[in-house]
Write a protein that binds this ligand. Sequence first.
Ligand SMILES: NC(=O)c1ccc[n+]([C@@H]2O[C@H](COP(=O)([O-])OP(=O)(O)OC[C@H]3O[C@@H](n4cnc5c(N)ncnc54)[C@H](O)[C@@H]3O)[C@@H](O)[C@H]2O)c1
Ligand SMILES: O=C(O)C(=O)C[C@]1(C(=O)O)C=C[C@@H](O)C=C1
Length: 325
Amino acid sequence: MTPAPDKDSPVVSSSSPATGPLPFGRLAIVGVGLIGSSLARAALARGLAGEVALADADPAVVARAAELGIGTSFHADAAEAAAGADLVISCVPVGACGLVAEAIGPVLKPGAIVSDVGSVKAAVVERMLPHLPEKDRFVPAHPVAGTEFSGPDAGFADLFEGRWSILTPPPGTAEEAISTVAAFWEACGANVETMTPAHHDLVLAITSHLPHLIAYNIVGTAADIEEVTQSEVIKFSAGGFRDFTRIAASDPTMWRDIFLNNKLAVLEALGRFSEDLAALQRAIRWGDGDALFNLFTRTRAIRRSIIDVGQDTPSPDFGRRPPGK
Ligand SMILES: NC(=O)c1ccc[n+]([C@@H]2O[C@H](COP(=O)([O-])OP(=O)(O)OC[C@H]3O[C@@H](n4cnc5c(N)ncnc54)[C@H](O)[C@@H]3O)[C@@H](O)[C@H]2O)c1
Ligand SMILES: O=C(O)C(=O)C[C@]1(C(=O)O)C=C[C@@H](O)C=C1
């Protein structure tokens, strides 16, 4: 059982094998991009649902999902997919999650659980919860796993294997709904942790959102520097810059929505980052080699500890990608 967080303890629990009513009779996934299609593939491959109903607002995505055979039914209408489902997961950009909740709310069967995968959590709760008939059956989630690719072709069944999925149930969420969603993610190969939406947004602002902002910025700056031609950016991007270009290739809609919906936490993290950057600027200007050396030693240890605990693979491009990409 994974209890709902209270306000005094933002991080409540780490994963321990959960049990739940798996397989579901019907799982509905709304938004069949990288994450939605990976979940659909994982659910089919691992036998987590009898029916996997897929819906997307883009007709080309619905057609492609059908062609790929990654579900059991394919819908242009989210409500049609959600009708009769035991679990409905919204896998659309954060800015569109309110529209999904509004569409599915009226057709949810009694007892159906609703979840999502958005990279921001407080705004998702604010946008989705008002439209849901059973407020205690909404269990927001965020799989901390992804790539810079989008769309149904980019997904793969093992994306969540060994990665974290963070659940952020609002206070009052039914324990049984939380443990069912936890069991679902564990069956997809993920480790589950539960925390408050606000705490999630603070943590992810520094570990995910700010790094993306920095990558977008540095690639934009490099492209703008007139003496560094486009061809040189490409030619010399085999080094550290290459990692930034990978991250800066991430989906513009998804990341626009993340920054607009986690504004305060990102601005707070950016403030701290700017202060530390100014300190580095001073160290370089005044020849303070010790300050530089000490920081670089500390950050090298952090990277090595990340690899040691198996949270990353030391691949040349630092990325996880679908087979064949
Ligand atoms: N990409 C990642 O690395 C990653 C990782 C974890 C979580 N997330 C979160 O997962 C969600 C989806 O990201 P993705 O990378 O799969 O995006 P994606 O662009 O690959 O897919 C999103 C899909 O949602 C569809 N869509 C948009 N609005 C819709 C609506 N109103 N109704 C139905 N379908 C709609 C789009 O047509 C598209 O097919 C986002 O909220 C993102 O923050 C992404
Ligand atoms: O590996 C990547 O491409 C990612 O950026 C994945 C990443 C992350 O920052 O770790 C990006 C956003 C998601 O919300 C979760 C995971």
